[in-house]
Design a protein around this ligand. Structure first.
Ligand code: CMP
Length: 138
Protein backbone atom coordinates (compact mmCIF):
# COMPACT_ATOMS: atom_id res chain seq x y z
CA UNK A 1 0.00 0.00 0.00
CA UNK A 2 1.10 3.59 -0.57
CA UNK A 3 2.82 5.09 2.41
CA UNK A 4 5.28 7.75 3.43
CA UNK A 5 8.83 8.34 4.51
CA UNK A 6 10.72 11.39 5.71
CA UNK A 7 14.02 12.65 4.30
CA UNK A 8 16.50 15.46 4.80
CA UNK A 9 19.16 16.55 2.33
CA UNK A 10 21.88 17.25 4.88
CA UNK A 11 24.15 20.36 5.08
CA UNK A 12 27.10 18.66 3.30
CA UNK A 13 25.04 17.90 0.19
CA UNK A 14 23.41 21.35 0.21
CA UNK A 15 26.87 23.01 0.48
CA UNK A 16 28.14 21.00 -2.48
CA UNK A 17 25.18 21.99 -4.67
CA UNK A 18 23.60 18.53 -4.88
CA UNK A 19 19.97 19.44 -4.03
CA UNK A 20 18.80 19.25 -7.65
CA UNK A 21 20.60 16.00 -8.46
CA UNK A 22 19.29 14.31 -5.30
CA UNK A 23 15.70 15.43 -5.94
CA UNK A 24 16.02 14.12 -9.50
CA UNK A 25 17.08 10.70 -8.17
CA UNK A 26 14.15 10.74 -5.74
CA UNK A 27 11.64 11.61 -8.47
CA UNK A 28 13.12 9.10 -10.93
CA UNK A 29 12.76 6.34 -8.32
CA UNK A 30 9.01 6.99 -8.21
CA UNK A 31 8.65 8.97 -5.00
CA UNK A 32 6.07 11.75 -4.92
CA UNK A 33 6.90 14.82 -2.84
CA UNK A 34 4.00 15.57 -0.48
CA UNK A 35 5.79 18.18 1.68
CA UNK A 36 9.08 20.05 1.30
CA UNK A 37 10.99 22.97 2.85
CA UNK A 38 14.43 24.60 2.81
CA UNK A 39 15.31 25.35 6.43
CA UNK A 40 18.07 25.32 9.02
CA UNK A 41 17.84 23.27 12.22
CA UNK A 42 18.48 24.97 15.56
CA UNK A 43 20.66 23.16 18.10
CA UNK A 44 17.51 22.30 20.03
CA UNK A 45 15.81 20.94 16.87
CA UNK A 46 18.78 18.70 16.07
CA UNK A 47 19.12 17.43 19.65
CA UNK A 48 15.43 16.56 19.69
CA UNK A 49 15.39 15.00 16.22
CA UNK A 50 18.40 12.78 17.03
CA UNK A 51 17.57 12.14 20.70
CA UNK A 52 17.77 8.35 20.20
CA UNK A 53 21.50 8.89 19.49
CA UNK A 54 22.07 11.10 22.57
CA UNK A 55 24.36 8.60 24.29
CA UNK A 56 26.44 7.84 21.18
CA UNK A 57 30.01 9.15 21.00
CA UNK A 58 29.24 11.00 17.75
CA UNK A 59 26.18 12.86 19.09
CA UNK A 60 27.82 16.28 19.63
CA UNK A 61 29.47 16.17 16.20
CA UNK A 62 26.17 15.09 14.63
CA UNK A 63 24.32 18.06 16.15
CA UNK A 64 27.12 20.44 15.09
CA UNK A 65 27.04 19.05 11.54
CA UNK A 66 23.27 19.09 11.14
CA UNK A 67 23.01 22.71 12.33
CA UNK A 68 25.92 24.22 10.40
CA UNK A 69 23.90 25.15 7.32
CA UNK A 70 20.52 24.76 5.66
CA UNK A 71 18.88 21.45 4.82
CA UNK A 72 15.97 20.34 2.64
CA UNK A 73 13.31 18.45 4.61
CA UNK A 74 10.64 16.48 2.73
CA UNK A 75 7.89 13.91 3.12
CA UNK A 76 7.80 11.37 0.29
CA UNK A 77 5.06 9.03 -0.79
CA UNK A 78 5.36 5.69 -2.61
CA UNK A 79 4.42 2.07 -2.18
CA UNK A 80 6.76 0.54 0.40
CA UNK A 81 8.25 4.02 0.95
CA UNK A 82 10.50 3.45 3.98
CA UNK A 83 12.22 0.32 2.68
CA UNK A 84 12.49 1.51 -0.94
CA UNK A 85 13.93 4.86 0.12
CA UNK A 86 16.56 3.21 2.30
CA UNK A 87 17.55 1.10 -0.69
CA UNK A 88 17.78 4.25 -2.83
CA UNK A 89 20.04 6.09 -0.35
CA UNK A 90 22.31 3.13 0.48
CA UNK A 91 24.30 2.24 3.58
CA UNK A 92 25.00 4.82 6.32
CA UNK A 93 28.69 4.59 5.47
CA UNK A 94 29.10 5.63 1.79
CA UNK A 95 32.17 3.38 1.57
CA UNK A 96 29.74 0.45 2.01
CA UNK A 97 26.89 1.89 -0.08
CA UNK A 98 25.92 0.16 -3.33
CA UNK A 99 26.83 1.67 -6.70
CA UNK A 100 24.21 4.17 -7.90
CA UNK A 101 22.82 4.92 -4.43
CA UNK A 102 22.51 8.54 -3.31
CA UNK A 103 25.09 8.13 -0.56
CA UNK A 104 27.55 6.40 -2.88
CA UNK A 105 27.19 9.29 -5.32
CA UNK A 106 27.01 12.28 -2.99
CA UNK A 107 28.06 11.47 0.60
CA UNK A 108 31.41 12.46 2.07
CA UNK A 109 31.77 9.90 4.88
CA UNK A 110 29.82 8.04 7.57
CA UNK A 111 28.91 11.23 9.43
CA UNK A 112 28.47 13.63 6.49
CA UNK A 113 26.34 11.23 4.53
CA UNK A 114 24.24 13.55 2.35
CA UNK A 115 20.73 12.32 3.21
CA UNK A 116 18.50 11.01 5.97
CA UNK A 117 15.83 8.35 5.50
CA UNK A 118 13.38 7.16 8.18
CA UNK A 119 14.01 3.61 9.44
CA UNK A 120 10.37 2.62 10.12
CA UNK A 121 6.81 3.67 9.30
CA UNK A 122 6.40 4.80 12.90
CA UNK A 123 9.51 7.01 12.78
CA UNK A 124 8.52 8.35 9.36
CA UNK A 125 5.28 9.66 10.87
CA UNK A 126 7.07 11.11 13.92
CA UNK A 127 9.81 12.75 11.85
CA UNK A 128 7.37 14.13 9.26
CA UNK A 129 5.24 15.64 12.03
CA UNK A 130 8.39 17.14 13.61
CA UNK A 131 8.92 19.31 10.51
CA UNK A 132 5.46 19.75 8.95
CA UNK A 133 1.91 20.41 10.06
CA UNK A 134 -0.90 18.47 8.43
CA UNK A 135 -1.75 21.56 6.33
CA UNK A 136 1.76 21.55 4.83
CA UNK A 137 1.37 18.03 3.37
CA UNK A 138 -0.35 17.83 -0.01
P1 CMP B 1 21.52 8.76 9.85
O1 CMP B 1 21.55 7.28 9.81
O2 CMP B 1 20.63 9.52 8.94
O3 CMP B 1 21.21 9.22 11.36
C1 CMP B 1 22.24 9.14 12.36
C2 CMP B 1 23.43 9.90 11.85
O4 CMP B 1 24.54 9.97 12.71
C3 CMP B 1 23.97 9.20 10.61
O5 CMP B 1 23.02 9.30 9.58
C4 CMP B 1 25.26 10.00 10.43
O6 CMP B 1 25.00 11.26 9.83
C5 CMP B 1 25.67 10.24 11.88
N1 CMP B 1 26.81 9.42 12.28
C6 CMP B 1 28.02 9.91 12.59
N2 CMP B 1 28.86 8.94 12.93
C7 CMP B 1 28.18 7.78 12.85
C8 CMP B 1 28.52 6.43 13.11
N3 CMP B 1 29.75 6.06 13.51
N4 CMP B 1 27.57 5.49 12.92
C9 CMP B 1 26.33 5.86 12.53
N5 CMP B 1 25.97 7.13 12.28
C10 CMP B 1 26.87 8.09 12.43
Amino acid sequence: TTNRTFTMIKPDAVEKGHIGAILEKINSAGFKIVAMKFTQLSKRDAEKFYEIHAERPFFADLVQFMTRGPIVAAVLEKENAVEDFRALIGATNPAEAAEGTIRKMFATDISENAVHGSDSDENAAIEGAFHFSGREMY
